[in-house]
Design a protein around this ligand. Structure first.
Ligand SMILES: *Cc1c(COP(=O)(O)O)cnc(C)c1O
Length: 602
C-alpha cells in the first residue's frame, strides 16, 4: 500500500485526497467528512451509506460513449443497448436516479425473479428494453406477457425448452401479444473470474446446441420464429481478463449467424451479459483491460463473424451491473475504540518494589533509541509472555500484570514512532503481535457480505488524517458478537491506520466500491439491519442530502422477523412501572447500531 491507500488504483478519480481529507472529485468537491457531519447533525448516528447518483450517471455515460465510439470506429451497422441487472442493486434510492439518468440512452432493466420483474414493469421507461433471465415458471412467463401488453419492450430469455413450451401455452391460453424471445446459449468455452460457474458447458444455465435446434423447430411449428430476437450469454461476474469473452463472442456469434441462415429473420441481437470488472484492490491492478479494449473486442469480433457468414451485423446488448453500480456507494463507519487505548501511560501504577521483569520492561521503555527500537520491542514481547506465565502460576498479582501490559504497549508505540521512517519497510518487519485492533461501528455481515462469503477485498481508507502518516498495522472488528466479523491484518495486503485518541477526535473509515451486490446480499446477523443511507446530489454548486432513510428501528426489525410487536410492548409494559417503560419505549424506536461517546456531546 502506498501512503494514499491505493486511491489511484481503485477510485477512478471519483475521490481524491486534498488537505488531508477524502473528497468527492465533482462539482464543489466536498469532503466526505463534511457530508458525514451534516447527516450526523440531523441525529443520524452509526454507520452511513452514502450514494452518489452522479457516479452512476458517469458510469452509464462511459459505457454508452465507449461502445458508440467503437461502433463509429469500425463502421459497425448494429446499435449498442444496455440494461441494468436488478439483482446487483434493487434498492429504490439507487434505482430511481439510475432510471432517470439512463433515459436519454434508452437504458433498460434486467430481471431475474418475479419481484424484480415487477420493479422493471413499474419503473422502466416505456420503450427501453427489459430482459428476463433465470429460471421461470408459467406465472412468471404470464407476467412477461402482461408487461408486453403494457407497452414494454420485453425479451424473455429462455434457459430451457420447458420455458419455451410454457410461452406457447400462455400464448394459446391468453391470446395476449407474445413478447420477444431470447435464447441463452450454453457455451463450451468457460468463463473467468470468481463466478465462472455462470458460463461453460457445465454451467447452471442455457441451452446446448441440440436444444437450440430443437427450440428453433418448436418455434417454427408454433409460428413464433418471428419473435426470436436475441442470443444471450453471460460468462460470469468480475472478469479479470478479456480472453474468455473473446471465445464466448466467437461461439455465440456463430450460433447467431447459423440461426439467421436457418431463417430466424427477426433475430437481430446478441446479448453479451455482464461481467465487466471493477478495481477493488488497493495494492495492484487486478483488471487487465480497459473499457475501450473491451468494446473494441466485442464490436470487432462480431463484425468479423457477420462478414464471414454473410449475415447482418447484430445489435449488441450488455447487462453489466457491477461496473455501473459498485463505485456509486461508500460506507462510512465510525471507529468506536482502539483496543490499546486502555494502555495509556497514566494508568501505570508501579510499586515501590516491582518484580525484576517489570523493572526491566520499564528500563526498556526508558532507554529505547532508534537503534535499539526493534530489538527492545521484541524483548518486551518476550518479557510479556513470561510475565503472563508468572501470573498464571500465582507469582505476580493483577497490578503487576496491568503494569506489564501497559509498559509493553507503550514500548511498542515508542518503537513504531522510531521506526516510521520513509516507506513502510521497517514497519512491515514488525510481527503480527503488535497490530492495533479498531472496533468499528458496523456489521460486516450486513455491509460487506462478500468479504465474509467469498473473501472479496474492498478499498478501505480513513476519510480524515490523510496528511499524516498512518503508523498502526490495523485489524478491524465489527460490532457483531461473531468472531468472523473481523478484517484481520494481512501482511501481504497490510492496512495501516492512524493512532488516534477517540476521546479527543472522531475517526471514520470509508469502505469504497460497495454499491454492487452488498446492499441486498447483506444479512441481519445479530439483528443489525441496513445502515442509514442518503443520496448525495449536487444542485447549484451545493451539496443536497436527499432521501435520508434511517436504519431500521429495533421494533421494526423485530416485526420484520415476524414477532408480534404489540405483544412485545404489552409484555414489557405489564412488567414495568410506567416511567421506566417510557425509557424503554424510546429505545425500541431507535436503531440498533451503537452510539459513539461523541454523539452524546454533539
Ligand atoms: C448477474 C448477472 C449479470 C450482472 O453481472 P455483473 O458482473 O454484475 O456485471 C448480468 N447478466 C446476468 C444474466 C446475470 O446473471
Amino acid at each position: 500500500m502506498d501512503s494514499n491507500y491505493g486511491i489511484k488504483i481503485w477510485s477512478d478519480d471519483n475521490f481524491i485526497i486534498e488537505d488531508g481529507l477524502a473528497k468527492i472529485n465533482y462539482d464543489c468537491k466536498p469532503s466526505l467528512i463534511s457530508i458525514v457531519k451534516d447527516v450526523r447533525k440531523q441525529d443520524f448516528k452509526g454507520p452511513l451509506l452514502l450514494r452518489f447518483p452522479h457516479i452512476t450517471e458517469k458510469q452509464i455515460n462511459t459505457l454508452y460513449n465507449t461502445f458508440n465510439a467503437s461502433i463509429r470506429e469500425y463502421d459497425y451497422k448494429g446499435s449498442f443497448n444496455a440494461v441494468f441487472p436488478l439483482k446487483v442493486n434493487q434498492l429504490p434510492n439507487f434505482i430511481h436516479p439510475l432510471i432517470n439518468c439512463g433515459k436519454i440512452f434508452n437504458y433498460g432493466l434486467e430481471a431475474g425473479s418475479k419481484a424484480e420483474l415487477i420493479i422493471a414493469m413499474t419503473y422502466n421507461n416505456i420503450g427501453a428494453p427489459i430482459t428476463v433471465n433465470g429460471f421461470k415458471d408459467k406465472e412468471m412467463i404470464h407476467l412477461c406477457f402482461i408487461a408486453k401488453n403494457m407497452g414494454h419492450n420485453i425479451t424473455i430469455i429462455i434457459e430451457g425448452l420447458n420455458e419455451l413450451e410454457m410461452i406457447i401455452e400462455v400464448l394459446n391460453e391468453t391470446k395476449l401479444v407474445c413478447p420477444n424471445i431470447g435464447l441463452r446459449v450454453r457455451l463450451h468455452s468457460g468463463g473467468s473470474g470468481m463466478w465462472a460457474k455462470s458460463g461453460g458447458i457445465n454451467s447452471k444455465f442455457g441451452l446446448t446446441s441440440t436444444e437450440i435446434l430443437e427450440a428453433f423447430e418448436l418455434m417454427e411449428d408454433n409460428n413464433i420464429v418471428n419473435h426470436l430476437t436475441m442470443i444471450h450469454f453471460h460468462i460470469g461476474s468480475a472478469m479479470n481478463s478479456i480472453k474468455p469473452l473473446k471465445k464466448a463472442l466467437r461461439e455465440s456469434g456463430h450460433i447467431y449467424a447459423e440461426l439467421k441462415n436457418l431463417g430466424a429473420k427477426n433475430l437481430t441481437s446478441i446479448n453479451i451479459g455482464g461481467g465487466l470488472a471493477v478495481e477493488y484492490s488497493a495494492y495492484e491492478r487486478t483488471r487487465f483491460y480497459s473499457l475501450s479494449e473491451f468494446a473494441n473486442d466485442v464490436i470487432f469480433t462480431i463484425k468479423d463473424i457477420a462478414k464471414q457468414k454473410g449475415v447482418e451485423e447484430p445489435n449488441i446488448f450488455t447487462e453489466s451491473g457491477r461496473f455501473i453500480s459498485a463505485s456509486a456507494t461508500v460506507l462510512v463507519a465510525p471507529v468506536l475504540e482502539l483496543f490499546s487505548a486502555e494502555y495509556e501511560l497514566d494508568h501505570l501504577n508501579l510499586k515501590e518494589a516491582n518484580p525484576p521483569l517489570i523493572q526491566e520492561l520499564y528500563d526498556l521503555y526508558r532507554d529505547m533509541s532508534q537503534k535499539t527500537a526493534y530489538e527492545f520491542m521484541h524483548d518486551s514481547i518476550d518479557h510479556m509472555e513470561s510475565l503472563l506465565t508468572l501470573f498464571d502460576l500465582g507469582y505476580i498479582d493483577l497490578q503487576d500484570r496491568s503494569n506489564a501490559e501497559i509498559l509493553t504497549h507503550q514500548i511498542i508505540k515508542k518503537a513504531i514512532s522510531f521506526l516510521e521512517v520513509d516507506g513502510y519497510e521497517e514497519l512491515k518487519k514488525l510481527d503480527e503481535n503488535i497490530q492495533e485492533k479498531y472496533l468499528v461501528n458496523f456489521s460486516l455481515f450486513q455491509s460487506l457480505p462478500d468479504y465474509w462469503g467469498i473473501d472479496q477485498e474492498f478499498p478501505i481508507m480513513p476519510i480524515t488524517h490523510l496528511d499524516k502518516k498512518p503508523t498502526r498495522s490495523a485489524s478491524l472488528w465489527d460490532i457483531t458478537c461473531d468472531s468472523d466479523g473481523e478484517l484481520p491484518f494481512d501482511l501481504k495486503k497490510p492496512l495501516y491506520l492512524h493512532d488516534v485518541n477517540l476521546n479527543e477526535e472522531d475517526y471514520f473509515l470509508g469502505f469504497f466500491n460497495v454499491g454492487a451486490y452488498q446492499d441486498t446480499l447483506g444479512m441481519k446477523h445479530n439483528l443489525f439491519s441496513h445502515p442509514t443511507e442518503v443520496n448525495v446530489v449536487f444542485k447549484d454548486g451545493k451539496v443536497v442530502l436527499e432521501k435520508i432513510l434511517e436504519s431500521q428501528k429495533i421494533i421494526d426489525i423485530l416485526e420484520d422477523i415476524d414477532y408480534d410487536t404489540d405483544e412485545i410492548k404489552n409484555i414489557l409494559k405489564g412488567r414495568l412501572q410506567e416511567d421506566i417503560y417510557k425509557d424503554l419505549e424510546k429505545y425500541l424506536n431507535e436503531n440498533s447500531y451503537l452510539k459513539t461517546i461523541w454523539s452524546y456531546y454533539e
